[in-house]
Every structure is written in structure tokens, then in C-alpha cells.
Design a protein around this ligand. Structure first.
Ligand SMILES: NC(=O)c1ccc[n+]([C@@H]2O[C@H](COP(=O)([O-])OP(=O)(O)OC[C@H]3O[C@@H](n4cnc5c(N)ncnc54)[C@H](O)[C@@H]3O)[C@@H](O)[C@H]2O)c1
Length: 415
């Protein structure tokens, strides 16, 4: 019992510590405490159960909503935060770190039992479970929001198949989300996870980033900043060119694999590190993933090529290949920044979750007239978040003069 109380108290400390660096969410909370724009609404949210998510849940609660949470990944839950949410903040949270697939989905069902009118998802598991297994609950739902690239891809595919039965706001696609969270957030926190797990030196290492999207760009930039020799692997010719001109080595994964000390995937795609690459890895290579699902490294093929799999350290498994070489995988190939670290820094989640909060309020105001498809976050909300963030940082920006506004909307003045 004493331990349980300590756990919740530790979680509360984490949540309050993180809140200090979430000024935009705090300002939304202050505005909502009086107005209660979410009053009477139940929000079911499937998110990484971290201190940042706890602060989003508090803001939604300040707006008058009842919030019920479950985890969006079996390995990302912080037990102390979950305990604090349940026992101190009165926010029902169904999540346990290291849960298996059955309990992961049981917790999603526990959230659905509360008949949410709004869903907040990170990867679209809540939405897809609701549609495929509890369709009778769909009539209660006004709309939903989606946090990540992979979730937006899945939900757009559902809309294309006419399978999506309520509107979704693609929070990931807001500028104040992916430009900062995916890039600087994943950039810092993926390296943090790798370092916490391994305690190895990045300087001088051969560090391979697979995928040069928003996450990959951040990881590559930060790894270079730590002195690693960074190689980028891409399938998109434009992004491959961009990586080249950003100063990175670019080549195929087959070419990169043989030298790699670290390989980090960030593609949102399946079997990116596949059987054909595993043969080429050098002894001691470290593999991890920063993309949403644990499908990017073909772990089944790796297991088949191994004579033993041993946990050699918290969050690190050693695969001993039949050739005698050893390959290490961090956090079971799940999001390395959450499996081996505490996820993104507060400052970027402040903006991501401000988007979530404002998108939920917007859905309540406008949702009735929306079609069952995926919508962007309205630009005015995106800009409002950027302004609030700049204000919290004490940064002033210039304003165009009336003459400049007029000029930029005219064609008459030329050479
Ligand atoms: N770790 C986190 O906390 C975190 C945060 C945000 C997003 N994500 C997830 O990270 C993944 C990437 O997100 P993003 O926003 O960078 O997406 P993105 O679409 O901007 O970038 C993905 C890149 O991967 C490349 N790619 C696809 N298949 C490839 C392959 N076989 N080999 C090499 N490159 C390949 C694409 O061409 C693209 O450039 C998604 O699953 C997303 O949900 C994770």
C-alpha cells in the first residue's frame, strides 16, 4: 500500500514538473476553467501514458470533460503517472507497462465502455477497434483527433474505403505539431532512449537513419550534433536529395548495414530492416525503431536467424546469429524514445497537445456539420498555438504594414 502511494506521489511530481514547461496548455486551462467548453462530453483517449499526456487530460478536464485514458503502446506507459492519474487526479487510466496484446486491447475496450463522444488516438487503434468491434457505439461519437503520421495514414485509408464513420482532425499534420514534435521531439528523445538503454558513445560511431521524414530529419541532425557519422537511407528521391544536400551520406541499406554501429528506423513502414540486411550486419550492431509500430525491423526473421535470444540489460535483447555474430535490439523494436526513455520533451508536447485540446473544442463547436473524413487542424488554431508559444518564450515578431499586405495580394507592380 505504501509503495502504491509512493508510486502515485512520484507520478504527481513528474506531472507537475512537466507542467512548468507546458505554458500553452496552461493558458488553455485558464481560459477553459471559467467557460467549460467541453462540459458534458466524455473523451476517450488512447495515448502514451506519460506526464505530458497527464497534463493534456487535466486541461480537457478543466474544460469540463470527463476523460478516460488507455495506452497507445504496450511499452510506453509510465506506471507512476498512471497511478497518479487514477489516484490523485481522478482520471480513469487503463494502462500497464509491458502489457501483452490481450490486456492492451482489453484496456481499449475499457475506454470504449465509457461511451466516448470524442476519441483522441495515437496510431488509430482506438478508432479501428471501435469501428470493427463496437459499431453500436459509433452513433454516440461526434468526432475524433489523431496524433501521429501512421494513424493519419490508417484513417485516410479507412475514409477512402468508406469505412470511417465520423470525422477526424489530423493533429499530426498541423505545422505546430509535426515541424516540432516529429522533428525536434523525436530527434532528441530517440537519442535519449538509445543512450539510456546502451550508455554507449555516439561520437565517431556509424549511425544509420532509415527514413528522412520529419522524425528521421530530427534524429539525423541530433546524431550528427553528437559527433556520429550519419548515413541516411531513403526510398523517396526528393528526400534522398535533401539528405544529401543537408550533408549526410546517402546510400542503400544493404550498403550501410555492413558498417553500422546503430541503425534507427523512422519510416512508418513494414520490414524496412529485413532478412536480407540482417545477414550483412556487423558483430555488435544495435537496432532500434522510432516509427509508430514495431513492424519496421523484421524481428521474426531475426529470431529465425538466431540460435538464442537473451535479455542482456534492461530494454536490450541480444540475438545470437547462427554465424556467431551478436545483434542487439532496443525496446523490442518499439518506439525507442518511449520504450527506453520518457518520450518527447515537454516543450514540444505543449504544442502537440494544445492542438489536441483546441481541435477537440473545435469539433464540439463545428463537428455536427463535418463529413466522415480526415480534416486538417484549422489554420487559425495552428497560428494561435504558434503565437501563444512565442509569447510564452518572450519572443516578439514583426507585423506586415498595410502596404505590404496589399502588395502581396496584387499583381500590378512588376519590374
Ligand atoms: N517516436 C515518436 O515519438 C514519433 C513521433 C512522431 C511520429 N512517429 C512515427 O514515426 C514514423 C515516421 O513519421 P514521420 O512524420 O517522420 O513520417 P514521414 O512520412 O514524414 O517520413 C517517413 C519517411 O520514410 C521514408 N520511407 C518509407 N519507407 C521506407 C523504406 N523502406 N526505406 C527507407 N525510407 C522509407 C519515406 O519516404 C519518408 O520520407 C511514423 O510511424 C510516425 O507515426 C513517431
Amino acid at each position: 500500500m505504501a509503495n502504491r502511494e509512493n508510486l502515485a506521489a512520484r507520478g504527481q511530481q513528474k506531472i507537475e514538473w512537466i507542467r512548468r514547461k507546458m505554458p500553452v496548455l496552461q493558458s488553455i486551462s485558464r481560459e477553459w476553467e471559467a467557460k467549460k467548453p467541453l462540459l458534458g462530453f466524455t473523451i476517450g483517449a488512447c495515448l502514451h501514458i506519460s506526464a505530458k499526456t497527464a497534463n493534456l487530460a487535466r486541461t480537457l478536464q478543466d474544460g469540463g470533460a470527463q476523460v478516460v485514458l488507455c495506452a497507445s503502446n504496450p511499452l510506453s506507459t509510465q506506471e507512476d503517472v498512471a497511478a497518479a492519474l487514477n489516484e490523485i487526479y481522478g482520471i480513469k487510466t487503463f494502462a500497464r507497462r509491458g502489457e501483452d496484446r490481450d490486456s492492451f486491447y482489453r484496456n481499449i475496450h475499457a475506454v470504449l465502455e465509457h461511451r466516448p463522444q470524442i476519441t483522441i488516438d495515437d496510431g488509430a487503434d482506438l478508432v479501428s477497434t471501435l469501428h470493427s468491434q463496437r459499431p453500436e457505439l459509433l452513433k454516440n461519437v461526434l468526432g475524433g483527433t489523431e496524433e501521429t503520421t501512421t494513424g493519419v495514414i490508417r484513417l485516410k485509408a479507412m475514409a477512402e474505403d468508406n469505412a470511417l464513420k465520423y470525422p477526424i482532425i489530423a493533429v499530426n499534420d498541423a505545422q505546430t505539431k509535426h515541424l516540432f514534435d516529429n522533428r525536434y521531439g523525436t530527434g532528441q528523445s530517440a537519442l535519449d532512449g538509445i543512450l539510456r538503454a546502451t550508455n554507449y558513445l555516439l561520437a565517431g560511431s556509424n549511425f544509420v537513419v532509415v527514413g528522412y521524414g520529419w522524425c528521421g530529419r530530427g534524429i539525423a541532425a541530433r546524431a550528427r550534433g553528437m559527433g556520429a557519422k550519419v548515413t541516411v537511407v531513403e526510398v523517396d528521391p526528393v528526400r534522398a536529395l535533401e539528405a544529401t544536400m543537408d550533408g549526410f551520406m546517402v546510400c542503400s541499406l544493404k550498403e550501410a548495414a555492413a558498417k553500422a554501429d546503430f541503425i534507427v528506423t523512422a519510416t512508418g513502414n513494414i520490414n524496412v530492416v529485413d532478412a536480407k540486411h540482417l545477414e550483412l550486419l556487423k558483430d555488435g550492431a544495435i537496432l532500434c525503431n522510432a516509427g509508430h509500430f514495431n513492424v519496421e525491423i523484421n524481428l521474426k526473421a531475426l529470431a529465425e536467424k538466431s540460435s538464442s535470444i537473451t535479455t542482456v540489460k534492461e530494454n536490450i535483447e541480444e540475438y545470437k546469429l547462427h554465424s556467431g555474430k551478436k545483434v542487439f535490439v532496443i525496446g523490442e523494436g518499439r518506439l525507442v524514445n518511449l520504450a527506453a526513455g520518457e518520450g518527447h520533451p515537454a516543450e514540444v508536447m505543449d504544442m502537440s497537445f494544445a492542438n489536441q485540446a483546441l481541435a477537440v473544442a473545435w469539433l464540439i463547436q463545428e463537428g455536427k456539420d463535418l463529413e466522415n473524413r480526415v480534416y486538417p487542424v484549422p489554420e487559425k488554431l495552428d497560428k494561435k498555438i504558434a503565437r501563444l508559444k512565442l509569447k510564452s518564450m518572450g519572443i516578439q515578431i514583426d507585423k506586415m504594414t498595410a502596404e505590404q499586405v496589399k502588395y502581396l495580394h496584387s499583381w500590378q507592380t512588376g519590374t
